[in-house]
Design a protein around this ligand. Sequence first.
Ligand code: ADP
Ligand code: MG
Length: 239
Amino acid sequence: EENNNIVVERTFKSATSKPVPKPVVTFDQAFYQYPEILKEIEKAGFTTPSPIQSQAWPVLLSGEDLIGIAQTGTGKTLAFLLPALVHIDGQCITKVERRGPAVLVMAPTRELALQIDKEVKKYEYKGITAVCVYGGGNRREQIKVVTDGVDIVIATPGRLNDLVEAGHLNVKYVTYVVLDEADRMLDMGFEPQIRKVMYSIRPTRQTVMTSATWPMGVRRLAQSYMVDPIQVYVGTLDL
Ligand code: ADP
Ligand code: MG
């Protein structure tokens, strides 16, 4: 029997916490204002939001920070990606006026970064553009694409920090950050690069973190960079 145990709560419980937004049951409930997004979901042939998506979308669409803890293959990419598209769409500033991306996604490996990039490109929406940069890729080419007026940058932390430190990538306009597979990024030793990049991003941003596990290192990252995050846990209970 499939165990889809779900726990949703404020990670750092405080007296001032607002209630957690209610989950959606259908794609329509989350994106009725965005027919372009609904059309793409329909094209993909999806019938129902995955458990993490139904919890994550209302949270992210209401502008709150989110930690998604779930195993691979549970639909975490679209959980953070579709609200990112809505976030960009709602901005008054265009990518030409902005001198850097509005959305930044950090992922542990080149393969994962490229996978996210592929998914983003499927959901092309109102001309929103994404680029992917990673270690081992052509640096000169990457410098060109990140400075060309772009909405979403998907990156591995090493190359990202390199491009930011060298002044090629401006993260001052980033208002939506995703730390995808945070536990793996920490396991791979990316904490210093993540922290350096996060330091350059404005504090008034929305922050999303995904992880398969919830170790101390990931908790510390959440504590450092998130504001009263809502945690969605999908999986088996370790009691
Ligand atoms: P994760 O990041 O949690 O490992 P992904 O976001 O890569 O998982 O999604 C795994 C697969 O599930 C992808 O092929 C994706 O297109 C598909 N998928 C995502 N959301 C849904 C959905 N609501 N219904 C069916 N399939 C979905
Ligand atoms: Mg993933």
